[in-house]
Every structure is written in C-alpha cells, then in structure tokens.
Design a protein around this ligand. Structure first.
Ligand SMILES: Cc1cc2nc3c(=O)[nH]c(=O)nc-3n(C[C@H](O)[C@H](O)[C@H](O)COP(=O)(O)OP(=O)(O)OC[C@H]3O[C@@H](n4cnc5c(N)ncnc54)[C@H](O)[C@@H]3O)c2cc1C
Length: 309
C-alpha cells in the first residue's frame, strides 16, 4: 500500500514529490509518456526564479527529479491507464499492473490541441508537428518555408525558434493581433524571418497524396477567400487539452476538462489532490505548477496525518 502516488513528473508532480519525500512519505511518482513534462520541450527557461541567466528546460527538470529522489521519492516510468477512486484505498492500473494508495496527487498536465483536420492526422510526423524544439532541426525543415499556427506564447516561441532553421516562418493566426504576452509578441513581430498571416485559418494541409507536407490551404475568416501557401512543415501551437480523461465522471471538472479543486488542491474526492496545468487554464507556468505541486503535497500530508489521529 502506497501512502502517496503522484501522477506526472512535470513541475507540479516533481515539486509534490520533493515535498512529500521530505515529509517521509516516500512517494511513488509515475512519469507517463513524457518524463519531466512539457518544460523538457523548451530550450531556455528565463522566468523560473533563481536562474538569472536562464536554464535549459530539460536540465531544470532533471535537477528537480534528482532533488526529489535525494529525499526518497521513487520515480517510475509508467502510465496510469485507469483509476478506481470511489473510496480509499484507491486503485490505479499502471501499464497493466494494479497498485493501491491512500492518496493520489494528479499532476498530469495538458497535451497539445489539434486542428481537427483529417489531413493533419494523416501527415503527423510527415511534416506536421506539435513541438518545434523537438522537430525543428530535422533536415526536412532546413532552409524551407514553415508554417506555425496559433497566436499565443507557445506559437510565438515556436515561430522564433524555427527562424534558426527555416527560410521563412509564416505565423497563421485567426485574429488580427497576437494573444501572446507583450514582450513575446513584440519579439516575434519584429523578427525579419517571421511573416504573420492575420485573420486566417488552415483548412487543409497538403499533400496527403504525396504523403508529405508541401503546403497549406488557408481561408481568410473575414473575406472567406481561400489561398494556398507552400511550406515544408506545419507546427501546430493552438493550446492545450488537460490530460484528465481518466477522471471524467468522478472528479469535478469544467467544460474543457480542467479539474476544479474544492479547497486548496483538494478535489471532490477526499484523498485525491490536483496540481499544475491539468487544473489551471489561466496561468500555465512552470512556477505556478510547481507552487500548486507544493500545495498538493502539503494537503496530502495533512490528510494522511488526519487519518492517523
Ligand atoms: C514550448 C513550451 C515552452 C514553455 N516555456 C515556459 C517557460 O519558459 N516558463 C514557464 O514558466 N513555463 C513555460 N511553459 C509552460 C510549462 O511547461 C508548463 O506550465 C508546466 O510544464 C506545467 O507543469 P505540469 O507539471 O502541470 O504539467 P506537465 O509539464 O505537462 O507534466 C505532465 C506530466 O504528467 C504525465 N502524465 C500525463 N498523463 C499521465 C498518465 N496517464 N499517467 C502518468 N503520467 C501522466 C506526463 O507524462 C508529464 O510527466 C512552456 C510550455 C511549452 C509547451
């Protein structure tokens, strides 16, 4: 029987691991398919407190894991496939094996939102991607025109990163101004290699017949005019979907699937706590996720202490 199982090893999960480990609860921490979480997909993190020169995202997460392990956290590669949370002890199925635990901290983050086009699915990994840092340097994108879809911080970061490799980066956004933070928007729009295409959506990614990306079909949402644009890659950066499908119908969520805590990090099921981007559609930052992980760990620790009184 575990005392604490933490689902996820992003900033939220690993911070919860650090705190529960230091409380002698020897948490079991499950990585899912993305050990280290979303921050491992970015190069330099400039806004995590304590690193005046910035720090590589992968390095930050590696350090955080080591810090939690130093106090007894057990990080295990594994994905939670199903949960039974109706009453404690809770049962989790992890890669076909079941385990039982007195408390669960859900820190499963949020995944990339898709455009919802069949051509997007058919050309995924053949020029359609969701991570510039992971794929931008691939030979097929070098010195080629590339398209980034989106208008938030992620889209700006992807577009700026891709200027290292691309001949030109078209930033396709459905509105006429960026949603990104001011500093990020300014940096993006003043970059010589980035060309914004406003008021436009991608209606099709070309060319499924050739089994590779050769361009996109765009529609101007104001004029309804359709155009084609040549490119070798499409980087989709239109936001996230919380990884909370496992908990549907059991935990209270908003209409987009973000888990709504009742008090602090406590969910509507006593003993189940939540932290990070899977319950936060507002801030979605490494430091806020880490802060929520800390809160969830303290809440779990107090809940366990209450059981033993
Ligand atoms: C390109 C990019 C750049 C960014 N740059 C910055 C930045 O500079 N500064 C900043 O503050 N923030 C930045 N962010 C945002 C930051 O990465 C997130 O806010 C943060 O990672 C959220 O942490 P999290 O722990 O909630 O979730 P995540 O980091 O998403 O981690 C979720 C974890 O849950 C695991 N998981 C999911 N489902 C399961 C399951 N069923 N079973 C087991 N495990 C599971 C995953 O494998 C992963 O380990 C950036 C994000 C992106 C995409």
């Amino acid at each position: 029987m575990e005392k604490v199982v933490i689902i996820g090893t992003g900033c939220a999960g690993l911070t919860a691991a650090l705190y529960t480990a230091r409380a002698n609860l020897t948490p079991l921490v499950l990585t899912g398919t993305m050990p280290g979480g979303l921050l491992t997909t970015t190069s330099i993190v400039e806004n995590f407190p304590g690193f005046p020169e910035g720090i590589d995202g992968y390095e930050l997460m590696t350090r955080l894991q080591k810090q939690a392990e130093r106090f007894g956290a057990r990080v295990q590669f594994g994905t939670v496939e199903s949960v039974a949370l109706s009453q404690p002890p809770f049962t989790l199925t992890v890669d076909g094996e079941t385990l039982q635990t007195q408390t669960v901290i859900i820190a499963s983050g949020a995944g990339h939102r898709h455009l919802g086009l069949s051509s997007e699915d058919l050309l995924e990994k053949k020029g359609v991607t969701y991570c510039a840092t992971c794929d931008g340097a691939l030979p097929l994108f070098r010195n080629q025109p590339l398209v980034v879809v989106g208008g938030g911080d992620s889209a700006c970061e992807e577009a700026t990163y891709l200027t290292r490799f691309a001949s030109v980066v078209y930033l396709v956004h459905r509105r006429d101004s960026l949603r990104a933070s001011k500093i990020m928007a300014e940096r993006t729009l003043t970059h010589a290699k980035i060309k914004p295409i406003w008021d436009s959506v991608v209606t099709e990614i070309l060319d499924v017949k050739q089994d590779k990306v050769t361009g996109v079909r765009l529609k101007n949402v104001k004029t309804n005019k359709e155009t084609a644009l040549d490119c070798a890659g499409v980087f989709v950066a239109i936001g996230h979907v919380p990884n909370t499908q496992l908990f549907k119908g059991v935990l209270d969520m908003d209409e987009n699937g973000y888990i709504i805590p009742e008090r602090g990090s406590a969910t509507n099921v006593p003993g189940v706590f939540v932290a990070g981007d899977c319950s936060d559609h507002v801030y979605r930052q490494a430091v806020t996720a880490a802060g929520m992980g800390c809160a969830a760990a303290i809440d779990a620790e107090r809940y366990l202490a209450g059981l033993n009184q």
